[in-house]
Design a protein around this ligand. Structure first.
Ligand code: ARG
Length: 564
């Protein structure tokens, strides 16, 4: 419909191109202002008149067509009221003509590298890494839906001085059986011990540094231990990823770039931008008002930024990305700004395609989650708790449901994901169980519940979708029905917007709006009625809603159960 309106306007207005009209054409906030509104500001120059006068004048020029019922000037706007019947036809045909509604090929032949989750090994997977995991996964799905080739990379934090410390700690206080039994818990506890001891005995720090240098030089004993720590960590992380239904295309973490770092350092040097500073090597960033970016330490070992630079070079070569995204907390903003500038100073045009995608903190209602106080919240515990709480709700509301375990997991995990993606990334998430698991609020369970409601109507009616079934488009003009169709029609654009803004919450908001529009329609219209034509017209709508809720939830990484 939008296309039609824009083309129609283009035919009537000589001074503006299709793109110019498309850019300004608005959807009015209220239905009594029509379905589309064209602001006349852009014409003020060529007409040499005030926009509201232009609106008055040219509104008369718009000849009646089958898809426009009424044209009306209003202030500086011209409002268009579309023919509901024609509009219904366009939307439904559009739906029927796509394999998967909302899918497109605007990203064909372009790859988007997304670096997300990326926890540090030998540490518990705590709630701090939940957001990057969820946001990254959503972006991954969203870009794929638009025809891009998403490449999901888990840039594991598996290299750095901390492993020197862990090796020292293990050699001094470690116990193999305990590590085998308690996994990361045990590693964490000896790591904490290291810090306590090092306060009394600073030589431990030197020892740790030496072990890290050994690691960098390929010492067998050091690498053997490190590999083992990594395996243990991955086992635990994978449990969480499985609960979240998340997979990665690559687990190339920081250690993968050690042998590539040297060449990169040489390249930086050859560009004449590497400077010595108290024994370390840095790239000066004074001109950007940033502290220098550290490239090598005094002892020659690499740093977090060095490995990121090497990784970016490798990714450009391997995936020739259109964009490379880094989903991390806001506190790493400076880190990314710094090394993006180093790549730019190295003369790489594509530095502009690197983008940091930051997000805010997760806080419990009572206050900030703190790891220092020891009350870290582990993702696995959180997901399990949510699933258990959901199970209790199911026991109470629908005790005879089949497959209770699995449904509880779909709802419990979905609720956590949804809560995380309900606001713009940068906002802090305030976590409260009452809100997360409220089946009537703007929540994951509410949307999932709406999906099951649609599923149950369809199964009661034994409905089967057939693309070629005839539909009477005149049956969609009732207010809540038409409003629902318009909501359906927004889906493709919402996906595009969420990709452009890197904001999965647009999808979450959308599925809530769609669910609400559906529930209004469902309340106002009986679906399974005598008249077959009417019944089928309504069932088709129910079918479309169910399908779109399912894909919308799928995009943000949430499952849609058939029953709950
Ligand atoms: N491991 C880091 C952390 O836990 C996140 C890594 C993000 N990705 C990157 N390429 N730097 O904070």
């Amino acid at each position: 419909m939008r296309n039609l309106i824009v083309k129609y306007l283009e035919d009537h207005i000589e001074d503006l191109s299709y793109e110019e009209i498309n850019d300004v054409l608005e959807i009015p906030p209220k239905t009594d202002m029509g379905d589309y509104a064209f602001p006349c500001f852009a014409l003020a120059k060529s007409y040499k008149k005030a926009p509201h006068i232009i609106a008055q004048e040219i509104a008369q020029d718009f000849k009646a067509v089958d898809f426009i019922e009424k044209t009306q000037p209003m202030g500086p706007y011209i409002n268009f009221f579309v023919s509901k019947e024609k509009y219904a036809q366009l939307i439904i045909e559009d739906y029927k003509n796509t394999q998967m509604y909302g899918q497109s090929n605007i990203g064909a032949n372009k790859s988007i590298v997304i670096d997300y989750s990326s926890p540090n090994i030998a540490k518990k997977f705590h709630i701090g890494h939940l957001r990057t995991t969820i946001i990254g996964n959503a972006l991954y799905n969203i870009f794929n839906m638009l025809g891009y080739k998403s490449v999901g990379i888990n840039h594991l934090g598996d290299w750095g001085t901390q492993f020197g410390k862990l090796i020292v700690a293990y050699k001094k206080w470690g116990n193999k059986d305990k590590v085998l039994e308690n996994g990361i818990d045990e590693l964490t506890s000896i790591y904490v011990k290291f810090h306590d001891e090092a306060e009394k005995n600073p030589e431990l720090e030197d020892e740790a540094r030496e072990w890290f240098v050994k690691m960098e030089l390929g010492n067998e004993e050091a690498l053997e231990l490190w590999k083992w720590f990594k395996e243990i960590s991955l086992n635990e992380f994978e449990r969480v990823y499985k609960m979240l239904n998340i997979e990665f295309d690559s687990y190339a973490g920081e250690s993968f770039y050690i042998d590539k770092a040297e060449g990169v350092i040489e390249e930086i040097n050859s560009k004449g931008i590497l400077e010595s500073s108290e024994g370390a090597k840095v790239v000066n960033l004074d001109e950007y008002d940033m502290p220098p970016c550290l490239i090598t330490k005094k002892d020659g070992s690499s740093l977090y930024a060095t490995r990121d630079i090497a990784a970016a070079m490798y990714r450009k070569k391997t995936y020739d990305f259109h964009k490379c995204l880094y989903v991390t907390g806001l506190e790493q903003k400076l880190h990314f700004s710094q090394w993006f500038k180093v790549i730019e100073k190295m003369g790489h045009q594509w530095s502009k395609d690197l983008e940091h995608v930051p997000y805010g903190l997760v806080r419990m209602e009572e206050g900030k989650l703190s790891s220092r106080k020891g009350n870290v919240i582990l993702v696995e515990d959180l997901l399990n708790q949510s699933t258990d709480k959901t199970k209790a709700i199911i026991e109470e509301k629908n005790p005879h449901l089949d497959n209770k375990e699995n449904v509880a997991k779909q709802i419990g995990v979905g609720a956590i994901i949804f809560n995380d993606l309900y606001n713009s990334r940068i906002k802090d998430v305030v976590f409260s169980w009452d809100k997360v698991l409220n089946f009537d609020g703007e929540t994951g369970p509410y949307v999932q519940y709406t999906h099951t409601r649609a599923a149950s109507v369809l199964s009661k009616a034994n409905y089967e979708f057939n693309k070629d079934d005839e539909v009477d488009y005149g049956l969609y003009t009732e207010a809540s029905t038409f409003a629902l169709l318009k909501e359906i029609n927004k889906f493709p654009q919402v996906i595009i917007d969420s990709a452009n803004k890197l904001e999965p919450y647009l999808i979450s908001r959308y599925v809530v709006d769609l669910a609400q529009a559906f529930n209004k329609f469902y309340h106002d219209n009986q679906i399974i009625v005598e008249d077959n034509k009417v019944k089928n017209a309504r069932l088709l709508l129910v079918y479309m809603v169910k399908d779109i809720i399912k894909s919308g939830l799928g995009l943000i990484g949430i499952e849609a159960p058939e029953k709950m």
